[in-house]
Write a protein that binds this ligand. Structure first.
Ligand code: ASP
Length: 332
């Protein structure tokens, strides 16, 4: 079971003597008191690299910019960083040595855009946005996505850095596809934001599971799996083993649970529970998988939950600035 006290401590509530209150009643109270004044702007993103990405998003949000622009600007920081080996430039390749990228974006009106298995373009999130804004479609894949990107003026670049190539060559010696539970050979930046006008948007981008089969697509570019936004309710994004997220259409589920009145925290917990149940039902080893969800609602309340320890997320709000929080988890 996850450690509720630690989670409350991370929110700064344990010392206020609130540690024993059930999260839901706490969340309901908070929601009621914030009905008139939502906590906004606010931005939330997955993993440690979310701190830097949030800082870029905050430049947009703090000057009354749109959540859509904030999430795009935010995740572009991670995409451009060759040291981040699981997103964009410098991402680990598939088993054929090709860096293939997945990304999607969604705005407050329900506009969506997505690219999958895109090669040679440093900022797949901006190509996803171009799919959203300039085509009658919502998703382009592989060569078609690349042709579109080039026609839009995106530059063709080699995304395979020496470090990632070296790791791939090392991997080829055994060629065993065995993704670890946490950050070792995958990770996604998923970012969700509520802007000063009270509108929600989200972005999600990744190079996917390292050494995956060529053509494999994870949850990250799939609206409803890796990312979902409903401007009436809230937004959610996911990281971890994409196959498991797709299996439950994870972020759509989180948002629908919030629509039914669940707090973002409770909604993330229930979605993770759904994965746990299916994993056990299918006779698979739960200790080998990791999935993490983060969510916000229209009041600016947030939540996060994952299967096992090690997942953290970055939160930037007007009260406490930008910080990294360890997500509560199921397996101890
Ligand atoms: N969800 C991503 C994928 O399955 C990877 C990750 O977030 O760790 O491609």
């Amino acid at each position: 079971m996850w450690n509720r006290r630690n989670f409350l401590r991370s929110l700064g509530l344990a010392s206020a003597g609130l540690a024993l209150k059930p999260l839901d009643s706490l969340a309901q109270k908070t929601a009621a008191s914030k009905n008139k004044q939502a906590l906004k702007p606010i931005v939330l993103s997955t993993w440690r690299f979310g701190l830097e990405a949030n800082a870029a998003a905050w430049k947009v949000l703090s000057t009354k910019g749109k959540a859509l622009d904030a999430v795009e600007q935010g995740v572009k920081v991670t995409e451009a960083d060759p040291e981040e080996r699981s997103v964009g430039y410098g991402g680990r390749p598939d088993r054929d040595g090709k860096v293939t990228l997945d990304a999607c974006i969604m705005d407050e009106l329900g506009n969506i855009g997505s690219v999958a298995a895109l090669e040679y373009i440093k900022h797949p999130i901006s190509v996803a946005r171009a799919v959203m804004e300039k085509t009658p479609h919502v998703m382009l894949t592989g060569q078609g996505a690349l042709d579109f990107a080039l026609a839009q003026g995106f530059k063709k670049e080699n995304l395979l850095t020496d470090a990632s190539e070296k790791e791939w060559k090392e991997w080829l010696k055994t060629s065993e596809y065995n993704p670890k539970a946490n950050i070792e050979n995958h990770d996604t930046i998923g970012m969700i934001a509520l802007d000063a006008s009270g509108n929600l948007s989200g972005a999600c981008t990744t190079s996917g599971m390292a050494f995956k089969m060529h053509g494999r697509v994870g949850d990250s570019p799939i609206i409803g799996a890796g990312l979902y936004v409903d401007n009436e309710v809230g937004a959610a994004t996911a990281t971890g083993h994409g196959e498991e997220v797709i299996r439950i259409v994870g972020t759509h589920l989180v948002v629908e649970l919030m629509r039914q009145g669940k707090s973002p925290q409770k909604a993330c917990e229930e979605a993770v529970q759904r994965i746990i149940k299916l994993t056990r039902q299918r006779g698979k080893d739960l200790s080998k998988i990791q999935v993490g969800f983060i969510a916000i609602n229209k009041q600016g309340e947030h939540g996060a939950y994952c299967i096992q320890s090690g997942f953290n997320y970055a939160l930037h709000d007007t009260i406490n600035g930008n910080r990294l929080i360890d997500a509560p988890y199921y397996l101890t």
